[in-house]
Design a protein around this ligand. Structure first.
Ligand SMILES: *Cc1c(COP(=O)(O)O)cnc(C)c1O
Length: 467
């Protein structure tokens, strides 16, 4: 591993110039980043990153919601290097399998809810959701109901960036580029109390039932015999850490059961301990037929994703389906699976799920109740180790800042300058730190957040934005 004293390979300016010349970054305005220059991240340990200028940064986003066990875990590194030396690749197409893929399938069946005994591997969460669309349509085909094609999702959902993933997602900016969504995918409004319920004067739980009711309305509008599945993140992540009312998911489950519609839980963020249970569906009280996973399955050390296939679907595909004409070169990649095995075993050994559920999760919630007192914060929410602060211009009325101010980005600028990675989704400031975070580190993170809120407040006062 690099150390700070080691001479860097290139200067920051040299890295930035080469980056701007050749590297098109995801979800980025290429030209404006090229002008500004990327921050070059060179190493990491535990919950901290270091950039090429030697700055230490607290990573309150776990990379991109994935580094659940934190950086620098030797067990994952060793698992990868051992597997690379032993068998770096073999596929699972030609009636073959590798020990790490088999062992991981077995371990996943044991840590997921009991309806899941089978897994289909992919290379990422987006690919996992492509598999979901193929699989639910195939399931209804095999059952002699090929007209059941439609998958219902939600506005402002994030399900990835492939054609199917971005179509399932409900991000209008993504749909606008590339002619999405693809046919047979439709969206209902999200269960976002602050955005919708509050304005209607509803309490959270009353709003949760109403928001779930939008699913039933949509099913009736389309015709239940045409609907294949409903997909949702237990807690929306990229949409802004939107924690649904407790009443929402049980009502969604009831509606799916009533019409026989498959329920898909996208656990790419919520899986592997993030919410204080192994999977988010266990926290919110749903019983999905399929579950997409990625990110936390390897803590992001190497790419891996997949779909847990519940027995309702697996039985039909196995007993009546014949060949399922779908798969990826890297489905069950032995190195990725070896790292996932080491990662899940480490989560078990360190009791990280319990750590989130009983210790740092409740502690973060307590600290966020403190942040809720800040003049800029309209609402503070957490679920396990995910949190959101809704920034407002006027706390009493909950009036937002005008969108064109991009006030969330103002606040994020202070985070960036003060050694804290926190993300802005509109005016929602969000975190999802590594699950290994300690109480003392939560204090450190919350102190940084408070400092950045104070700096943003001073900006707003100086600019007269609060008037
Ligand atoms: C990140 C994410 C995906 C996409 O995963 P990739 O590995 O980026 O393809 C899908 N669903 C959710 C909920 C995600 O957060």
């Amino acid at each position: 591993m690099n150390t700070v004293t080691e001479k860097p390979l290139r200067s920051t300016q040299q890295w930035q110039a080469a980056d701007a010349a050749h590297f098109l970054h995801p979800f980025t305005d290429f030209q404006s980043l090229a002008k500004k220059g990327s921050r070059i991240i060179t190493r990491a340990d535990n919950i901290y990153l270091w950039d090429s200028e030697g700055h230490k940064i607290l990573d309150a986003m776990s990379g991109l919601w994935c580094v659940n066990v934190g950086y620098g875990q030797r067990a994952l590194v060793d698992a990868a290097s051992r597997q690379m030396a032993e068998l770096p690749f073999y596929n699972a197409f030609f009636q073959t399998a590798t020990p790490p893929a088999i062992e991981l399938a077995e371990l996943l069946a044991s840590v997921t809810p009991p309806q899941f005994q089978h897994v289909f591997f992919s290379g990422s969460g987006s690919e996992g959701n492509d598999t979901v669309v193929r699989m639910v349509r195939r399931y209804w085909d095999v059952l002699g109901q090929p007209q059941r094609q439609v998958v219902i999702s939600r506005i402002n959902a994030y399900h990835g960036s492939t054609m199917a993933g971005a179509s399932l997602g409900g991000m209008s900016g993504m749909h606008a580029q590339g002619g999405l969504p693809i046919p047979g995918i439709t969206h209902i409004e999200q269960p976002h109390w602050w955005e919708h319920g509050r304005k209607l004067g509803l309490d959270r739980e009353g709003f949760g039932l109403m928001a779930a009711g939008w699913l039933e309305q949509k099913i009736l509008e389309i015709g239940a015999d045409k609907v294949a599945a409903f997909i949702g993140e237990p807690v929306q992540g990229a949409g802004g850490v939107i924690v649904p009312p407790d009443s929402y998911w049980p009502e969604i489950q009831r509606i799916c059961d009533k019409y026989g519609i498959l329920l898909v839980s996208d656990e790419v963020i919520c899986g592997f301990g993030r919410t204080g249970q192994w999977f988010g569906c266990e926290t919110v009280g749903s019983r999905p037929d399929l579950m997409t996973f990625a990110k936390g399955v390897t803590s992001g050390y190497v790419p891996l994703g997949g779909v847990m296939v519940g027995e309702r679907v697996a039985k039909v595909l196995i007993e009546q389906g014949g060949e399922f004409a779908h798969g990826y070169t890297y489905s069950g990649h032995p190195v990725a699976c070896a790292v996932a095995l080491a990662n899940i075993r480490l989560i078990q050994q360190l009791k990280l799920v319990e750590h989130v559920r009983d210790d740092v999760g409740p502690y973060l919630a307590e600290q966020f109740r403190g942040l809720a007192e800040h003049p800029l914060v309209g609402e503070a929410q957490t679920c396990g180790l995910m949190g959101a602060l809704q920034l407002v211009k006027d706390k009493a009325s909950g009036t937002p800042f005008p969108a064109e101010l991009e006030f969330g980005m103002v606040c994020r600028g202070h985070c960036f300058a003060n050694g804290l990675i926190m993300r802005a989704v509109g005016d929602r400031m969000i975190i999802a730190p590594p699950l290994v975070i300690t109480r003392a580190q939560v204090d450190e993170m919350v102190a940084l957040i408070r400092r950045c809120l104070d700096l943003a407040l001073a900006d707003a006062q100086r600019a007269g934005w609060l008037a």
